[in-house]
Each structure stands twice: as structure tokens, then as C-alpha cells.
Design a protein around this ligand. Structure first.
Ligand code: C2O
Length: 532
């Protein structure tokens, strides 16, 4: 196995799109950022040189970081942020994982421009894919272009002032002919293909808020993997890729599949017209897409534990909180701001002197500031089967909510079930829940209210898809199971940036196991070097 080295220089660069010059923060001046290409079993070392004015950390989204929580890249959870004019080297390996993951900044909204693909190829070459050898392999990153300062965008979200939209959607950084400004046309992304060849598209949704659907006119896809886990081949003409948000106006980006023979369709007929895309409020298209995925059960890797040691029921939704103190009684008045919650608590990082992972490792008193995530919501949750309630906040629609540094501790090896229930108070309630450091079995999903008596019977314990993120339907639920076997302090949060910034998050602490090989090793020296 090799050590794959990269240097990521983070700096601000002027880019012109849609006839306007915008200052953006990029890695090595690229958008999307550099691709990390490795073979399963390799080690990766990324030297991050921060020449931007921001504090930065990079998260390796979906990389398991087995016994390596220190490299997970969550500011003040696993490390101190890397200050302007400072460097830091991330070291991790990709043992036991194959497929497509990605990296992104884990600081405010900066991930809108600080992201790139991670491609992990099988050790034994392409012939060991559990599907016919692709002729070529192409990353496709769906992105968004924001003209406003992303740090400012984050502040506005935290203060509920958020009513901003990106000015366009991109494919591998290109806008396409749907975007014009004063006659100047933007180039679209072009995928050059040859008839009869097979292309492995590695599709990543790197936007802040929206779920995207992907179609290629006149073609079908066979889905072979999701979140770097193989799935049973599933043929579809549409791909859905989270994070979703029906609230944001529908953005479209269009690229071209260009055949070497000059035909734009595979069967030589006239070039197809642009495919018809689902409506922006059509979350069912994605519900069915995800519901059709099952794990490719040909490896010993898929061992679903038969029962759980503990079960959590977590509502994910929106609430209101008083701007100052306890003086407001009415939710939805100007006195209150909108927050996002889990079991009716809005997460905030505790004001600790050291990152939580260090505090946990050294058993400092900082950990006392954390508040236990309850097993279930404190009151009857505010789900309504009246369906969509238009964007509020209106009196009575939002639960008064508190803030807390939610944490849940798990014994090493505990099998944990979580039912995530979307509370559907508002339109923006779809939630791609992402767990750091672990994969999850997605046992079932459903529409409406979860009912254990009825729904446990639906659990797929045979070939559930293995994911690092699960899409909780807007008015519905998803049930997952995971084994808490990777010691450390891990974030679990909605990957929809609006929800995350507003507090839809919790910390999962996995305790050490009985042996050195099941315990968190001491922090790497360079991490401690960042200590003031
Ligand atoms: Cu991709 Cu905590 O995130």
C-alpha cells in the first residue's frame, strides 16, 4: 500500500461567473478542488496550508477513520481549527473501503467551494468490481455558485435572517447554457463518450442545501454503489442525491453527453431533448429512489446484528427559541428565532478550552458541559399529517425549544437503533442525517408517523443498504442500525447546511473497548502542536 500525498493550499481567488467577479475560497485555486485518488489500503497525507482569512478544517466525508478520530476534521470536536497562516497535516487510511467519497471544509458554509472527490479503487484492479469493468471512470460533482460571502451567509442562517439563494447550479464547476448574462454564455460541462462503452460516473452532491436529480436524456443508469458501499444493481433513469431542500427554488444545470461519432444519443436517432425533471416539491421521487437500494450481499462485510442493545427515537425538526433570555412567551414572534432541533433541543458547541475529543481523552471537566440526548422527545412531537404548512414561523406551529450541547455515550460494540422522525412542520423538513466514523444499515423508511408495532416488521435485516447518510423523508421516518465500534467523539448531523448551522446535530461518544486495538490511540503530535 502506498502513501498518497497532497498539498492543499487554501486561499482566496477571484472568479468570474455570470458576468460578476466574486472572491471565493478554494483549494489550489480549483473548483471543484483536487481529486484524491487512492487504492484501498493506501494511506493519505494531506498537508493543509491555510492562506485564507478563515479558520479551516477539512472533513473526509465517509472515510471511517478507524481508531483515528483525531483526523476527522470537525472544529472544536476533533481538533482546533487551522488558523490563517498555519499548516496542518491530516493522515488517515482507506482500509476496508472502496468507492466514491468526498472531502469538504467543515467550517460554516465554506464547503460550498472547498470540496473535492475521493476515489478509492479496489486493490486488485478494476476487474474486482462486482459489476462489468467500466471503460472509464468520471467524477461528476454537483455544486452551487454563491455570489454572497459564505461566512456572512452562515451568520445570517444562525440569526434566522436567511433568505438567500445561490445564483446557479454547476456540474464539475460549469454552469451550462441555462445561465446567460448580457449575452455572454457560460460553457456547460461536456462528458465525451464513445458508443458502446461503459462509464462509471462518480456522482457527488457538494451543494449546501438542495437535493439534486440527475438524468441523461435517452439513457438509463445502473446504480452500483452509494456512500462507498456496493448495492444490488438498480436500473433507473433518474438519480437522486441529497441533501434535499424543497424550499430552495429549483435550480437546474445542464451538461452534454457528446458521442465521438457526433450523435448525442446511443441509438443513432435524433438528439433527445432535455429530460423532464421532477417538480421541486416532489420528494417522493427521491423516497422511491432510496427505497430501491439494497446492499450487494456478496461479502462477509454485511453482517447485520439481529437486535439492538439500545433504541433511540429522534425527532428532527424546527423550533423557536427566544433571542434573549426567557422574556418571550410566544413562538413565532420577532422575539424568537428559528432553530433546528433533535428531540426538541438545538445543538450548540460547548464553550470548552480544548476540542471535545481531547477533553474526552484526558477526562477533563469540560465534558460536564454536555447534555444527554434523551431517548425520545420530551413531549408529543409536533408532526402533523395535515401535510405541508407553508413557510412560517407562525404562532403555534413551532415548539419552544432549548439549546444544549447534546451528547450520547455508547459502550464499545453497542448495537444502536435510531428511528429518525421528520416532524414536517415546514416545507424544508427533509433531512439527510450523516454519522461520522461509522456506517449505518438503513433498515426501513416510511411516510407519516413511525409506529413500532407496525413498522419493525418492515425492517430489512437481510440486505439493507449501508450508508454514512440516511435521507429522512420530509413527512416520514427512517430507521437505521449501527455498531458503535469506533472509539472517539463523532458528530451526527443533518447535512443540509441550514439545519446544521441552526442546531440539528448531536455528539456521539463511543467508549474505548477492552484492548489497545479497540481503544483510541493518543493524539498525533502535530495535533498537540496546534495547542496555544
Ligand atoms: Cu460531510 Cu459532518 O459532514
Amino acid at each position: 500500500a502506498a502513501v498518497v500525498e497532497h498539498t492543499f493550499v487554501v486561499s482566496q481567488v477571484n472568479m468570474t461567473h455570470l458576468c460578476k467577479e466574486t472572491l471565493v475560497t478554494l483549494v489550489n485555486g480549483q473548483l471543484p478542488g483536487p481529486v484524491i485518488e487512492v487504492t484501498e489500503g493506501d494511506s493519505v497525507a494531506v498537508l493543509l496550508v491555510n492562506k485564507s482569512p478563515y479558520n479551516i478544517t477539512i472533513h473526509w466525508h465517509g472515510v471511517k477513520q478507524w481508531l483515528n478520530c483525531w483526523a476527522d476534521g470537525v472544529p472544536m470536536v476533533t481538533q482546533r481549527p487551522i488558523l490563517p497562516n498555519h499548516n496542518f497535516t491530516y493522515r488517515f487510511n482507506v482500509t476496508g473501503q472502496e468507492g466514491t467519497l468526498w472531502w469538504h471544509a467543515h467550517v460554516t458554509c465554506l464547503r460550498a467551494t472547498l470540496h473535492g472527490a475521493i476515489i478509492i479503487r479496489p486493490r486488485d484492479g478494476a476487474s474486482s468490481y462486482p459489476f462489468p469493468n467500466p471503460d472509464e471512470d468520471v467524477p461528476i460533482i454537483i455544486g452551487e455558485w454563491w455570489e454572497m460571502d459564505l461566512d456572512e451567509l452562515d451568520r445570517r442562517m444562525r440569526d434566522s435572517l436567511f433568505d438567500d439563494n445561490p445564483s446557479g447550479a454547476t456540474m464539475n464547476g460549469k454552469f451550462g447554457d441555462l445561465y446567460n448574462c448580457s449575452g455572454a454564455k457560460e460553457d456547460g460541462y461536456v462528458l465525451n463518450v464513445e458508443p458502446g462503452k461503459t462509464y462509471l460516473l462518480r456522482i457527488i452532491n457538494a451543494v449546501l442545501f438542495s437535493e439534486y436529480y440527475l438524468k441523461i436524456a435517452g439513457h438509463k443508469f445502473t446504480v452500483v454503489a452509494a456512500d462507498a458501499n456496493y448495492v444490488n444493481p438498480y436500473t433507473t433513469d433518474i438519480i437522486s442525491i441529497a441533501p434535499p431542500d424543497p424550499q430552495i427554488p429549483k435550480l437546474v444545470t445542464r451538461g452534454t453527453v457528446w458521442y465521438s461519432t457526433g450523435h448525442v444519443s446511443s441509438n443513432g436517432t435524433a438528439p433527445p431533448v432535455a429530460p423532464e425533471m421532477p417538480d421541486q416539491h416532489d420528494t417522493m421521487a427521491s423516497f422511491y429512489f432510496h427505497g430501491n437500494l439494497t446492499s450487494l450481499n456478496d461479502t462477509q462485510r454485511l453482517l447485520v446484528p439481529e437486535r439492538a442493545d439500545e433504541s433511540l427515537f429522534i425527532t428532527v425538526g424546527l423550533g423557536s427559541i427566544c433571542r434573549r433570555g426567557q422574556t418571550c412567551k410566544r413562538s413565532g414572534s420577532n422575539e424568537s428565532i428559528l432553530v433546528a432541533t433533535m428531540n426538541n433541543v438545538s445543538f450548540q458547541l460547548p464553550d470548552t478550552s480544548m476540542p471535545l475529543l481531547e477533553a474526552h481523552y484526558y477526562h477533563t471537566g469540560d465534558m460536564d458541559m454536555l447534555q444527554e440526548l434523551p431517548d425520545r422527545p420530551p413531549m408529543v412531537f409536533n408532526f402533523t399529517d395535515r401535510g405541508l404548512i407553508p413557510w412560517g414561523p407562525k404562532e403555534g406551529q413551532l415548539e419552544p425549544t432549548s439549546r444544549g450541547s447534546l451528547v450520547r455515550r455508547f459502550q464499545h460494540g453497542a448495537v444502536v437503533d435510531i428511528v429518525f422522525q421528520g416532524t414536517a412542520v415546514m416545507q424544508s423538513d427533509s433531512n439527510p442525517m450523516h454519522l461520522h466514523g461509522h456506517n449505518m444499515f438503513v433498515l426501513a423508511q416510511g411516510v407519516g408517523n413511525y409506529d413500532a408495532a407496525r413498522d419493525v416488521a418492515k425492517y430489512n435485516l437481510v440486505d439493507p443498504p449501508v450508508r454514512n447518510s440516511v435521507l429522512v423523508p420530509r413527512i416520514g421516518w427512517a430507521a437505521i442500525r449501527f455498531v458503535a465500534d469506533n472509539p472517539g467523539v463523532w458528530l451526527m448531523h443533518c447535512h443540509y447546511e441550514f439545519h446544521f448551522s441552526m442546531g440539528m446535530a448531536a455528539i456521539f461518544i463511543v467508549e474505548d473497548g477492552p484492548t489497545v486495538r479497540t481503544s483510541l490511540p493518543p493524539p498525533p503530535l502535530e495535533l498537540l502542536a496546534c495547542d496555544p
